[in-house]
Design a protein around this ligand. Structure first.
Ligand code: HEM
Length: 535
């Protein structure tokens, strides 16, 4: 401190003297620079109210802080930084204080030890416009969130609801297999990204409001509107909005995200208002099967939170489910196929297992999954290397806390970098290699108790769709691998597959996987009902 005082007095003497030489001006400039630097350093490492140190991290520049470090793939940029600064880091993204944790132990501190404190979400411009934070994913932690999570896990994703909706998955998956079979039978490659995405969308829209809009024989105004909205919402949800981080840019809406959210929101309101009114008119009988919209419309006021859920909440929850529950599954299955095509010995082992358990005279069924142990290991290894949410959804701590011996100020944005956790040397050998064998002889699971494998997060904000998502990924992969032999279009080599990814709602492959699928079962097993006939 004495040093700072001396610098200050010298600077003051020079500053008040009327005639300043160029050398003196240089000293003034240098002193200002040094003082700013020391002040920042001081603020960075010591908090005013505590003796605890602040977590290490890169030097934040004025206004932008460390935003420029992020690049196009923030999970990879954070991983690189963690190699320099450690498993817990502090950054400034614009003016937002941000903590990034990168190891199983630090993830456990955030998601288990300090779960209650760290279970909120930072507010974003898009989530405020679209849902007024009445949805699930962006709701602050509190009564509303607990109620909605309870409703979704007990009604939509309970084991009983999963059993009830088996028929929907069976129909959509047999339609997928049939479509690929027809498309590839002349040797044409299929675009797996679009096929898998359409299937995910159809299953979810049938579970939510008994409609299917993708790959239908006919097209009407409603399905065109749905498809356009779904694409726009997916795109906007994955965009990084600079105005969330640099508040004085908010009024300028530089990326026009605010404007687009307002426009989409008006259309979404109209779309859901109609669907809700149609459902209310329909009045299903007690013995008729109910979709999730019926359940939300007849919500029996659990915990006295609401009489009937309002339209904003219903719309918010529905959008969450579409955004969180479609691309994530499609992306996982696409990456699994990519890894399997790159590792022919692994694909052979999966198909041998399928032939042992299921044979070749019938199609694989969800009841077969518990016996498909190697397939389950392949799914875990795919989640490890290609977790669709590599930074989870950002958490926020409602009060200050201590993590890893560092002071974490209240209302920090917290990223759990599972991309780094899944490659942490304390947890995995050769972490960059695709090797399902590592999950064959151990009990590590994706259900949020093993902190070295967290594709669905853990604790109070853990993915409520886990049971459904896991089942859907496993059965979709089982059907595709049991039904087809997979080859790349002529002239392409598995090792040349482009592995580049894009950061968004999930982390899809930048260049969609194109593959030729040839039948490996008797041909009558590829027939499918025409789904348009009964939906
Ligand atoms: C492979 C598929 C999926 C993966 C890897 C996945 C992963 C995740 C992750 C990492 C989170 C954030 C956890 C956190 O912030 O701590 C999350 C949240 C969420 N997921 Fe999933 N998810 C998948 C599928 C689904 C499905 C199918 C649904 C619903 C149909 C769904 C609904 C949600 C919702 C509503 C949230 C917000 C929870 C909250 O904020 O409290 N997800 N998911």
């Amino acid at each position: 401190m004495k040093y700072l005082q001396n610098m200050g007095s010298m600077f003051w003497l020079l500053f008040i003297s009327k005639r300043r030489e160029p050398a003196q001006l240089k000293i003034i400039a240098a002193t200002i620079a040094v003082l700013i630097f020391l002040h920042r350093l001081f603020k960075l490492f010591f908090h005013q109210h505590t003796k605890l140190k602040r977590a290490p991290g890169p030097f934040p520049w004025p206004v932008v802080g460390n935003l420029l470090i992020l690049g196009k793939l923030p999970h990879r940029a954070f991983y690189k930084l963690s190699k320099k600064y450690g498993d817990i880091m502090e950054l400034k993204l614009g003016s937002v204080l941000t903590i990034v944790v990168s190891s199983p132990e630090m993830a456990k501190q955030v998601l288990k030890v300090h779960d209650l404190i760290c279970a909120s979400r930072p507010e974003t411009i898009a989530s405020k416009i679209m849902f007024e934070q009445h949805d699930i994913a962006w709701a602050p932690y509190g009564d509303h969130l607990r109620h909605m999570r309870k409703l979704s896990t007990s009604e939509l994703f309970s084991l009983k609801s999963l059993e009830d909706s088996k028929n929907v998955r069976n129909e959509e998956l047999s339609w997928l297999v049939h479509g690929i079979f027809e498309h590839c039978k002349e040797g044409n490659p299929a675009n797996m990204q679009t096929s898998l995405f359409s299937t995910s969308m159809n299953v979810i829209s049938r579970l939510l409001f008994t409609k299917r809009y993708f790959n239908t024989m006919h097209s009407d105004e409603e399905s065109e509107e749905f498809k356009d909205l779904a694409t726009k919402i997916m795109n906007i949800s994955g965009v990084f909005n600079i105005s969330d981080y640099v508040p004085f840019l908010k009024p300028f809406d530089l990326q026009a995200i605010r404007l687009e959210c307002i426009q989409i929101n008006l259309r979404v309101d109209r779309f859901f208002h109609k669907i809700i009114q149609d459902h209310l008119k329909e009045k299903k009988k007690a013995n008729e099967s109910k979709d999730f919209l019926d359940v939300m419309l007849s919500d029996p006021s659990v915990d006295g939170v609401s009489d009937r859920l309002d339209e904003i909440t219903i719309k918010g929850v529905a959008i969450d489910i579409f955004v969180a529950g479609t691309d994530t599954i499609a992306t996982t299955v696409e990456w699994a196929l990519v890894e399997l095509i790159r590792h022919p010995n692994v694909i052979k082992k999966v198909q041998d297992e399928l032939d042992d358990v299921v044979g070749q005279e019938r199609v694989v069924d969800e009841n077969d999954i518990p016996q498909l142990k190697y397939l389950q290991a392949v799914v875990k290894e795919t989640f490890r290397l290609h977790a669709p949410g590599p930074l989870l959804i950002p958490h926020e701590n409602k009060e200050a806390c201590e993590i890893g011996g560092y002071h974490i100020p209240a209302k920090s944005q917290i990223f759990v970098n599972v991309w780094a956790v899944h490659r942490h040397p304390s947890a995995y050998e050769n972490p960059f290699h695709f090797n399902p064998e590592r999950f064959v002889e151990n009990l590590i699971d994706v259900k949020g108790v093993d902190f070295q494998l967290l594709p669905f997060g853990s604790g109070r904000r853990m993915c409520p769709g886990l049971n459904y998502a896991l089942l859907m990924v496993q059965i979709e992969m089982a059907k595709l691998l049991h039904s087809f032999t997979w080859t790349l279009p002529k002239g392409q080599n598995p090792q040349d597959i482009d592995m580049a990814e894009i950061f968004g709602v999930s982390i899809p492959k930048k260049i969609p996987l194109q593959v030729v699928a040839s039948a490996r079962l008797p041909l009558h097993l590829y027939a499918s009902k025409k789904l348009d006939a009964f939906i």
